[in-house]
Design a protein around this ligand. Sequence first.
Ligand code: SPD
Length: 324
Amino acid sequence: MDSQADAKDQCRHAKDDADACKWYEEEIDDDLKWSFALNSVLHKGTSKYQEIALIDTKRFGKVLVIDGKMQSAEIDEFIYHECLIHPSLLCHPNPKTVFIMGGGEGSAAREVLKHRTVESVVMCDIDEEVVDFCRKYLTVNQSAFGDSKLCLIINDAKAELEKREEQYDIIVGDLSDPMEGGPCYQLYTKSFYEQILKPKLRHQGIFVTQAGPAGVLTHKEVFSSIYNTLKHVFKYVVAYTTHVPSFADTWGWVMASDEPLVMDSRQIDERIGERINGELLYLNGESLVSSTTMNKSVYTSLLNETHIYTEENARFLYGHGKGW
Ligand code: SPD
């Protein structure tokens, strides 16, 4: 090798070494980490409540990280957000009004606003700085933030729902995962569902919440408890799951209503065609219906779960939120 080629080679190795050091690492449990090789850290900020960062990862594109926990990744956030939003809106005969608890990154509102029947969407997030950060940097959600049907409220969702007189066709929980000391585990409790949330649903109204990891090894952390808790508050409850690659797990959601939640794949496909502007990337009638079928292990746990989520007897995902 001549000296010029040698220098180039050394330089390449030095660059490889430097790049190899740039990793974002998240502790999933006290014995498990999930690491993303980074192109760069794009933006960082701190709010009254949380630390916020937007990082550019090699595998998953831009990733939003709050308090060291990844929230969503550019390349597959459509899976989480389509599953969070469309099943309940497609089950409802004519959803016009939607209240989103949390959802500060704007992706949940973006999906709701694809529905032609929807006349107004309230998005209520506690953290103005997170909302401003996402509005500025998550360009994919900019038109949702600018939509005249969207009413953005900065407040605690519990306090906001409590003081409002309106009722909604759909209420969505796009909340952070329940963490000890975190800002929102109280919004997963039976008393909150029963006394504050349910009275704000209209006749035929549906509540849906993200419900944490639902993998074979992780579904008992909070998913089975959220499902069981909602079964004690609503007549009809449907759990559904799907794999989200950037979460390194299967994820779960739970829908609940006092009217039957009918899911027929042909009807869902028809409603997608009639009601949704643009195309869904993940869900169609069959995939939605199939996401409600659990494997034997998860099915049995949901059936046998007895834990009811209360403030005094809460379950948490690994990690610590910031108290406030
Ligand atoms: N918008 C709140 C979404 C919370 C999802 N948490 C995912 C964590 C993956 N480790």
